[in-house]
Design a protein. Structure first.
Length: 185
């Protein structure tokens, strides 16, 4: 898949999550993009955005995107208004506001279904709620973080368990709604 197509999918994936979820700061956005990429990779052996993720203390970090938010490329600056805010307690907060529209046709049917599923399940979650999901023992982020010998160790896509990342089997959501089969509790 060409870099231009992946970049287009990245921008429209961000637009989708920012406009269809609440509390979508940097941490929540990174979790959602990570789940999108790993879930689609589990089914197709291809990521949607082409991002590489690294195991940070608070979750997966796509370092190239993280750095770009400080100095956005032209297309990102055209698609979003980016505010890097500093709160009273000194914490930094990234606020993204979509300027452009989400274009569904850039995605495959499966990618659209995955975007919709993630945005629906995590519509009102904050990053800490999604973070709970990633502490399941077989999650690629957790496995990488626990084995890391340095900060921001790369998370390998090959670590994904296809059964855990299938659309509609969001274990965290199933646990929260008591729909998880007893054998998995």
């Amino acid at each position: 898949m060409s870099e231009l197509i992946r970049r287009t999918k990245l921008l429209h994936g961000i637009t989708y999550f920012v406009t269809r979820t609440t509390h979508c700061g940097k941490a929540k956005l990174y979790w959602l993009l990570y789940l999108l990429d790993f879930r689609v990779y589990a089914a197709t052996s291809l990521s949607v955005t082409g991002l590489d993720y690294y195991a940070g203390v608070d979750g997966p970090v796509p370092l190239t995107l993280d750095q770009e938010f400080d100095s956005p490329q032209y297309d990102l600056a055209q698609q979003f208004h980016v505010d890097n805010l500093v709160l009273n307690n000194g914490r930094r907060l990234l606020a993204l506001y979509a300027r452009g529209n989400y274009e569904a046709e850039v995605f495959t049917d499966y990618e659209r279904e995955t975007l919709h599923s993630l945005a629906t399940v995590h519509a009102n979650s904050d990053a800490s709620a999604i973070n709970e999901q990633m502490f399941l023992p077989t999650q690629p982020w957790r496995a990488t973080y626990q084995a890391a010998t340095r900060e921001y160790e790369p998370i390998e896509y090959r670590l994904v368990n296809p059964d855990e990342f299938a659309v509609g089997t969001d274990l965290w959501h199933l646990q929260r709604t008591n729909e998880l089969p007893a054998a998995l509790r």
